[in-house]
Write a protein that binds this ligand. Structure first.
Ligand SMILES: Nc1ncnc2c1ncn2[C@@H]1O[C@H](COP(=O)(O)OP(=O)(O)O)[C@@H](O)[C@H]1O
Length: 190
């Protein structure tokens, strides 16, 4: 199994790039944001619990998120590998992911960050909010709160993966194709 963590701020293009990478490397794409939104839409128990956090742009508590993530991974026992998009977002989640992957004799192969300036990203999200229907994309204050959450809780993960020599950064500004190319260069060298 080759497991890759896509890392980056809200709007950095993780979902867009994941679509290409999953085809090219035959990976299972798991986006925690998408799984949460699916549960919200279908008004499941999980969706009801996650809604207040998501609508405010806060992170959903680790325990709930990790449980959901493990359930998703377990749905694909025969996969070539997982492309994690939006998980882990805290050190506790990264530790939980490592612990879980160990139990299935696997590990994170690499973490690849898509980098872009905040101002470009905020503009992208507000644009997406006009059509996506996502409440958290329509209000600049909620968007700023997501960046705050990222800086406080997610940015420290860079150090966590750097210590393990698993951190790679890629310039997230350019055409979709250019960025896919940069990502594949990193993956092909793993
Ligand atoms: N790993 C996670 N831990 C906690 N909450 C999460 C996680 N992944 C997604 N969420 C929740 O879902 C929301 C939307 O996720 P996502 O679409 O990945 O966000 P973004 O576009 O901000 O990167 C987040 O703001 C958060 O409330």
């Amino acid at each position: 199994m080759i497991n890759i963590v896509l890392f980056g701020k809200p709007g950095a293009g993780k979902g867009t790039q994941a679509e290409f990478l999953k085809e090219k490397y035959q990976l299972t794409h798991i986006s925690t944001g998408d799984v949460f939104r699916y549960n919200l839409k279908n008004d499941t128990h999980l969706g009801k619990e996650a809604r207040v956090y998501m609508d405010a742009g806060d992170l959903v508590p680790d325990e709930l998120t990790t449980k959901m993530l493990i359930d998703e991974v377990n749905k694909h026992p025969d996969t070539n590998g997982i492309l994690f998009d939006g998980y882990p977002r805290t050190i506790a989640q990264a530790q939980a992911l490592d612990a879980f992957l160990t139990t299935i004799n696997s590990s994170v192969a690499a973490t690849i960050a898509l980098e872009a300036d905040d101002e470009i990203l905020v503009a992208r999200l507000l644009e997406r909010g006009k059509t996506s229907g996502r409440i958290d994309d329509q209000d600049e204050e909620k968007i700023r709160n997501r960046y705050q959450e990222y800086n406080d809780k997610t940015a420290p993960l860079m150090g966590y993966y750097k210590e393990q020599n698993k951190f790679h950064a890629v310039n997230g500004i350019g055409t979709i194709q250019e960025i896919t190319q940069r990502l594949t260069q990193v993956i092909d060298q793993l």
